[in-house]
Design a protein around this ligand. Sequence first.
Ligand SMILES: *[C@@H]1O[C@H](CO)[C@@H](O)[C@H](O)[C@H]1NC(C)=O
Ligand SMILES: *[C@@H]1O[C@H](CO)[C@@H](O)[C@H](O)[C@H]1NC(C)=O
Ligand SMILES: *[C@@H]1O[C@H](CO)[C@@H](O)[C@H](O)[C@H]1NC(C)=O
Ligand SMILES: *[C@@H]1O[C@H](CO)[C@@H](O)[C@H](O)[C@H]1NC(C)=O
Ligand SMILES: *[C@@H]1O[C@H](CO)[C@@H](O)[C@H](O)[C@H]1NC(C)=O
Ligand SMILES: *[C@@H]1O[C@H](CO)[C@@H](O)[C@H](O)[C@H]1NC(C)=O
Ligand SMILES: *[C@@H]1O[C@H](CO)[C@@H](O)[C@H](O)[C@H]1NC(C)=O
Ligand SMILES: *[C@@H]1O[C@H](CO)[C@@H](O)[C@H](O)[C@H]1NC(C)=O
Ligand SMILES: *[C@@H]1O[C@H](CO)[C@@H](O)[C@H](O)[C@H]1NC(C)=O
Ligand SMILES: *[C@@H]1O[C@H](CO)[C@@H](O)[C@H](O)[C@H]1NC(C)=O
Ligand SMILES: *[C@@H]1O[C@H](CO)[C@@H](O)[C@H](O)[C@H]1NC(C)=O
Ligand SMILES: *[C@@H]1O[C@H](CO)[C@@H](O)[C@H](O)[C@H]1NC(C)=O
Length: 404
Amino acid sequence: MLFLVIALLPLLLSPTALAQSSSSSVTAAAPSSSGAANSTQELDQANYTGLLNFAASLPNSTEGQAVLDELVTGNKTLLVPSNEAFANISQNITNVTLVAQTVAYHILNNTYTANGTRVAPNHTIARTILRDSEFSLPGNFSAPVVLTRNASNATNFEIVQFDANTTTNVSAQGPTQIANVLVYVIDQVLGLPVSIDQFAIEAYPPTLAGEIQDSGILTAIAASPGVTVFAPTSGAFDNGPDFGSNITLITEDFANHIINGSVAYSTSFATGKYTSAGGQPFKFASNSSGTYVTVGNSTAKIVQSDIIISNGVVHLIDSVLVDTESNPAAAASAFSSGIAAAQTSTEPTSPVTATTAPAASGSAPSSTVSKSAGQRVATAPWGVAMSGALAGAVVLIWSAYYLK
Ligand SMILES: *[C@@H]1O[C@H](CO)[C@@H](O)[C@H](O)[C@H]1NC(C)=O
Ligand SMILES: *[C@@H]1O[C@H](CO)[C@@H](O)[C@H](O)[C@H]1NC(C)=O
Ligand SMILES: *[C@@H]1O[C@H](CO)[C@@H](O)[C@H](O)[C@H]1NC(C)=O
Ligand SMILES: *[C@@H]1O[C@H](CO)[C@@H](O)[C@H](O)[C@H]1NC(C)=O
Ligand SMILES: *[C@@H]1O[C@H](CO)[C@@H](O)[C@H](O)[C@H]1NC(C)=O
Ligand SMILES: *[C@@H]1O[C@H](CO)[C@@H](O)[C@H](O)[C@H]1NC(C)=O
Ligand SMILES: *[C@@H]1O[C@H](CO)[C@@H](O)[C@H](O)[C@H]1NC(C)=O
Ligand SMILES: *[C@@H]1O[C@H](CO)[C@@H](O)[C@H](O)[C@H]1NC(C)=O
Ligand SMILES: *[C@@H]1O[C@H](CO)[C@@H](O)[C@H](O)[C@H]1NC(C)=O
Ligand SMILES: *[C@@H]1O[C@H](CO)[C@@H](O)[C@H](O)[C@H]1NC(C)=O
Ligand SMILES: *[C@@H]1O[C@H](CO)[C@@H](O)[C@H](O)[C@H]1NC(C)=O
Ligand SMILES: *[C@@H]1O[C@H](CO)[C@@H](O)[C@H](O)[C@H]1NC(C)=O
């Protein structure tokens, strides 16, 4: 239990007591200032033993110690899963790296409040302190969580989780300010961002997920140093176009569902300029019925935005975008400039407490791009066309397009 106390010391103590505790953990048990006593009591009485036990190994690993060091630096928001949430984890996690990653993913790198959170269906993208080669993003940005809140409720926000095919909003109760840390209690342990393969397993029926995996496309996406995927729902695949076995068409169309080198969250649709891995420009439009993405002259509704994956983000769309135009030079240029832009962009540094809605984009989808797409008729699920022997070829073609 000693390590439990040491691990959570920064959290449990006010600045006064924290300064004292750096030389002695005994100070923690008997904080002298009334403010410290109050904070300690509050957290003690709240019985956050689930997190305390879970985080016990942090001081024992380099990565865990780094998480603790970061926690006491600057303004942080800590999402504390309740004891019940930890009780629901089927097995004890003994892997110290995984423990450190998980705790890091519950620490937001700024001050987050309900009144500063965008109202649903809009999202606030909150950077955690999880930064790791497994979760690498352009510009070395840390992995984010997605926040939103109900229009009628300015006192609570929610964390949007895509889990096993459903979107679950995890309500954050609080806050309590403890030293530099704003603490909220949540009733789930947040899942780490998943790989694109895991996303496919969660989002699609097994047969379709298997076919998509067999195609090799996910391998190519996973290799991207930062990616945005407009992924048709399984229903959309069922109603998608039939390209027969024309691998060129299939590949070119898939490429126009992807932004390679840029991670475009819904918050940047209105202002960002994005080009597909096929070199075609994306356009976005929002109205009271939702947000739409257009490539070429094909438009789809975004039915679930901002599903965080380990190397980027997925937006589920309600139909397959049909655009087989290809401009490899434009794609390569967009890739380079996307990576370069991420290097020079910075994390937000001011507290995220004011409601800062992005500039509204009222423009309708433009249909100035003309091309012929009339020959493609929906007759069979895409997955069927993508299976088996096509896989290798698709990987090769895709690699040529968007892996440099
Ligand atoms: C902490 O301090 C606040 C304000 O002084 C007080 O309302 C609250 O009851 C105290 N909490 C505990 C656990 O003493
Ligand atoms: C914390 O645990 C103690 C001892 O089991 C219990 O008396 C107290 O009510 C608990 N506090 C909360 C907030 O659940
Ligand atoms: C941390 O390391 C210490 C010393 O090696 C060991 O006694 C303790 O059991 C470890 N704690 C955890 C939770 O791994
Ligand atoms: C933390 O937040 C406070 C209050 O908004 C602000 O004054 C202070 O500058 C912030 N500290 C850092 C390191 O950002
Ligand atoms: C997890 O560890 C706790 C404490 O060591 C133990 O009581 C519990 O049975 C373990 N749970 C599982 C599922 O292994
Ligand atoms: C521990 O967890 C990390 C991060 O999830 C993983 O990469 C590593 O393979 C795991 N180690 C073991 C021994 O399972
Ligand atoms: C937003 O919420 C925070 C924390 O609840 C509060 O301190 C702050 O005054 C609120 N700001 C506004 C503009 O209501
Ligand atoms: C937290 O934010 C600060 C200020 O923006 C930044 O300098 C720091 O690198 C961030 N830490 C992590 C772990 O992302
Ligand atoms: C806001 O939502 C929280 C969590 O769902 C709930 O406990 C609270 O009562 C709600 N407040 C209002 C004013 O609706
Ligand atoms: C996900 O949802 C779709 C559509 O409702 C369903 O067909 C599919 O089986 C679900 N996948 C999983 C893994 O539950
Ligand atoms: C695939 O489609 C393209 C464009 O319509 C066409 O030029 C090409 O000949 C087709 N290839 C095969 C093998 O049918
Ligand atoms: C969501 O954001 C858009 C674009 O900024 C804005 O027009 C709209 O009013 C916002 N919706 C809500 C419910 O805040």
